[in-house]
Design a protein around this ligand. Structure first.
Ligand SMILES: Nc1nc2c(ncn2[C@@H]2O[C@H](COP(=O)(O)OP(=O)(O)OP(=O)(O)O)[C@@H](O)[C@H]2O)c(=O)[nH]1
Ligand SMILES: [Mg+2]
Length: 405
């Protein structure tokens, strides 16, 4: 199944119908009073969350949605009929952003939840309203009001509990393959993963969490280098980051400085994100003799002055992987329970997620702008840098196609 995580659509609510000028015409009533009815209200545009869909793909093909206009008023004080509202169906988890103001209109988090995104115009007034003691036969009516017109960005975030981060080749995709049914490509060269992958990690009956594998981050990522940073929004809502470090990189680089690169880029991109609980995974230990592993671990922990959890794994042989999974499941469950029992904690968590998301969105947007500027400069021949493929396929209003599960 293909997922699309962002789409831009235009919505236009219906205009109000016009009020009309009309006078009573009845037998034996020579001078009937005004009886022009009001116009009907234009249709509203709503976005509604539904669990039958988990993609925004439809919005790649249809980009404009218009509600109908209200009917004009009629004679005999008949109001025009209001137009029907229209509903854009989106998956649960979609955030709706007003493109013009770059503000969040709302989050759709539950089935059936609706969000008014463009209000239909009210109908105009019929001449009945303008009757007064001095004007018994008003020839005045008003037109309907215009319905709102808006450009919306629909964003579907992959809601993962755990995000995998690390340099290219650290073994992130191998990790998610070990613990879930996700089957991202694994290869011994950097940038194998180009799009995020999601995997459901089952831990016995009714216990599971979702893990996200994103492209590797590289030095300079927070300034736009490589691919990984633009996918960080997918790990913005996670509860834990798994930071995978290759303990024996083929290029002979030092695991400590490699880990620092990631820590630095994360913090430079989003301090809130860097503040998420991080677990250090020293990976590929199959390449280190057993008796040397503890010393290696101590050296790295000390070198990084690492205060958090540390695990040693081989995602190739599977060694140590279960321990990580159990640790994650317990931590996630404990957090979920606490959120259920402690409304204050739940509210604080939610606040934090919102802050984090806002920060990540802002930074992603800033990066996109910088990237576009660079690209433009490149096209105009100002700068001859090789910027690589045009991977921000933003011009068609949709970006990031990825395949979870
Ligand atoms: N020896 C050894 N090799 C491993 C281990 N885990 C992964 N590899 C190898 O390391 C290479 C990179 O693995 P991937 O899982 O593709 O790495 P990645 O972090 O997803 O890389 P990108 O997608 O490029 O960011 C592959 O050749 C894997 O077979 C491990 O535990 N031990
Ligand atoms: Mg990968």
């Amino acid at each position: 199944m293909r997922f699309i995580d962002e789409a831009i659509v235009t919505v236009k609510a219906g205009d109000g119908g016009n009020g009309i000028v009309s006078f009573r015409r009845e037998k034996y009533v020579p001078k009937g009073g005004p009886d022009g009815g009001d116009g009907g209200k234009g249709g509203d545009v709503y976005v509604i969350a539904d669990d039958n869909t988990n993609t925004l793909v439809d919005y790649r093909f249809t980009r404009r949605f218009e509600a109908k206009r209200g009917e004009n008023g009629g004679s005999k004080n008949c109001s025009g009929r209001g137009a029907d509202d229209i509903y854009l169906t989106v998956p649960i988890g979609t955030t709706v952003v007003d493109v013009e103001t770059d503000s969040v209109i709302g989050d759709l988090t539950a089935k059936g939840q609706t969000l008014l995104v463009a209000k239909g115009g009210d109908g105009g007034l019929g001449n009945t309203h303008f009757k007064s003691s001095t004007n018994q036969a008003p020839r005045r009516a008003t037109s309907g009001f215009a319905g709102e017109l808006k450009q919306l960005k629909l964003e579907l975030k992959v809601v993962a509990d755990v995000g995998l981060i690390g340099l290219p080749n650290a073994g992130k995709s191998t990790f998610i393959r070990q613990v879930s049914a996700a089957r991202p490509k694994v290869a011994n060269y950097p940038f194998t993963t180009l799009v995020p992958n999601l995997g459901v990690v089952d831990v016995g009956r009714h216990r599971s969490f979702v893990m996200a594998d994103i492209p590797g981050l590289i030095a300079g990522a927070s300034q736009g280098a490589g691919l990984g940073i633009r996918f960080l929004k997918h790990v913005a809502r996670t509860r834990r980051l798994l930071h995978l470090v290759d303990v024996q990189p083929i290029d002979g680089s030092d695991p400590i400085s490699n880990a620092r690169v990631i820590l630095h880029e994360l913090a430079a991109f989003s301090p809130e994100l860097a503040d998420l609980p991080q677990i250090l995974i020293l990976n590929k230990i199959d390449q280190i003799p057993e008796e040397a592993r503890e010393a290696m671990r101590a050296r790295i922990v000390e070198g990084l002055d690492w205060q958090g959890e540390v695990f040693m794994t081989s995602t190739l042989t599977g060694e140590g992987v279960d321990a990580v999974v159990w640790h994650l499941m317990n931590a996630i469950e404990a957090e979920r329970e606490r959120e259920q029992e402690d409304p204050e904690y739940a509210a604080a968590q939610r606040e934090r997620f919102l802050r984090l998301e806002a920060e990540v969105r802002q930074n992603s947007e800033a990066q996109k702008q910088a990237y576009r500027a660079q690209r433009k400069a490149q096209r105009e021949g100002v700068q001859a840098d090789d910027l690589g493929d045009d991977d921000f396929d933003d011009d068609d209003g949709v970006e990031v196609v990825y395949a979870p599960y």
